[in-house]
Each structure stands twice: as structure tokens, then as C-alpha cells.
Design a protein around this ligand. Sequence first.
Ligand SMILES: Nc1nc2c(ncn2[C@@H]2O[C@H](COP(=O)(O)OP(=O)(O)O)[C@@H](O)[C@H]2O)c(=O)[nH]1
Ligand SMILES: [Mg+2]
Length: 299
Amino acid sequence: MTDMPHSHSGTVALFGRPNAGKSTLLNRLVGERVSIVTHKPQTTRHRVTGIVNRPAGQLVLVDTPGLHNRRDHALNRHLNRVAAESLRGVDLAVLLVDASNPTDEDDAAARAVRQAGVDAVLVFNKIDRVRRRADLLPLTKAWSEKLDPVEVFFISALKGDGVDALADGLLEHLPEQPPLYPPDEFTTESARFLAAEIVREQLLENLHQEVPYGTTVMIESFDEQDGRIRIGALILVSEKRHKGMVIGKGAQTLKRIGTQARKSMQQLFDMPVHLELNVRVEAGWIDREGEFARLGYRR
Ligand SMILES: Nc1nc2c(ncn2[C@@H]2O[C@H](COP(=O)(O)OP(=O)(O)O)[C@@H](O)[C@H]2O)c(=O)[nH]1
Ligand SMILES: [Mg+2]
């Protein structure tokens, strides 16, 4: 009789600057679109947990808002705090660096990981964009000094290159213990939370400049019946003049947001979805820390 391989499991924070590819990596590893992704920085506003089961064990990944330099709104400061706090209590941190474009914000992220005193794996992402592999060598050397990582990986979260090796590599640095969650769960987030995030994703995709950053989404109703889901979502805008921009001429923009969000929801929930969107002005909410908990922003 052969022994079962020892199973490892634990929590891993995905950390790094905005747009490094953290949420793309989470989704790629989980195999579901748990965390929203756009080309815009600061898409992720919450810690989002995704669970990955592999023969060698279970990874509990925590996606985080990107650590950034903006201090202009209370929400921006809040997001940095959420990011930094996500390093507490995890077994391991992944510092994700866009290998095609390292910036000062990556340095700040590396400092935060060091300060937290958590074991870190350094992951260079977007290698599909790096033409000369030789360019990665000096990068690795410089960054290994900044972070002192337990291991270094090169991946493309978008294309999937190196992602399986990363998952198995992460497991080796986690404690030997049974899985933390049942094998059929891929997230701890509620369906309501995921639905609100999907609407926010489409706000980011369909609105320009600062408009989407001042929006947030609340799910007012969520009813699953006879294999269908009816969802009522309220879009809050931070400035009065933004309401018309979200709705658009002849309500075209809101319609497009609704159609695309509904498609994503149907894919994720694997059920027909009826989605109703409303827009309301909640002036200045992004500057009032006291409102965040009511609007679904967890510490
Ligand atoms: N070319 C390329 N683009 C990527 C890769 N990973 C992520 N992206 C893109 O980078 C942008 C930001 O990704 P996202 O996952 O939201 O980054 P986050 O802010 O760190 O969560 C999106 O447009 C992604 O499609 C990658 O490996 N290669
Ligand atoms: Mg993200």
C-alpha cells in the first residue's frame, strides 16, 4: 500500500499594486470569475476569497485591493488599509509584480509585505508581454533583495503560463493540514456580493474617467425561485451630474450595463437572471468613511 501524499492547505494573500493582475490570477486559479477584472486600476475594492482544490491540497486565496498612491478620497485611504490588513493572519503572501512595467507602487507593496513579516513568494506576472527573457534576470535580482522571497515564479495570469506550477509551489509553503473548506466550494462570498461586483465591473467598463470610481452598488433584492434569479440592484453615484452619465441618452448606457452584467451573472450562477437597475445620487459618499460599512465595505 502506498501512503497518500501529505495534504497542505492555508490562506494566501494576493498582494501588489493596482493592475498587477491579482484578480486575473485568482480567477485563473479558481476557474471561475470570482473577482472582477477590468483594465482600469482600483477595480477591486474588497477582499475576495477564492478556493482552489488540487491533488496536493487546498489554497484559500485572498484577492485584495491594489496598494496605490492616491490619497484624495476617504475611499482610497480605506482601500489601502483593507489591502494592508489582508496581510495579517495569512499563512503566505504573494507579491505580484507586472514584469512588463515595474513602478514605485510595486516598491511600496514590497515594503508593506516586509513590514507585515509574512513569508512571501515573489511572482512576476505578464511575462507574455516581456519580449526578451534576458530582461527578467536583473529584475529578479533587484526584487529578491527588496523582498527576500521564499521562492520566485514567472507567470502569465492571462494566458495561464506557469500558473499550475505556481499553485503547487504555493502549497509546498503551506502547513500540512486537511482542507479548510469543503471541496465543492469555490468562494466564501455570497451570491449577493458577487452580483453587486458584476454590476460594478460593467460600470467600470462602460463609464469614462472618474465617473465609475464614484459609484457603488447595493443589492436591494435577490430572489431565487424555480431555477431563475431576480435581482434588483441600486447604483449609487457620488455626484449629481454623474447620474445622467450612468443612465445615458435614451437610457442606452444603463441598458448596456444591465445586459452585460446579466450575461456575466448567468454565467457565474448558471441560471437565467432577471436584473433590474436603479440609479440614485448619494452625494459625496466616497469621502465619508462612516458610510462605508452601510454600503457593504468591510474592514
Ligand atoms: N498581457 C497580460 N495582461 C494581464 C495579465 N494579467 C492581467 N492582465 C491584465 O491586466 C489588467 C488588470 O488586471 P487585474 O486582474 O484587474 O489586476 P489587479 O488590479 O491586480 O487585480 C486587466 O486588463 C488584465 O486583463 C497577464 O498575464 N498578461
Ligand atoms: Mg483586482
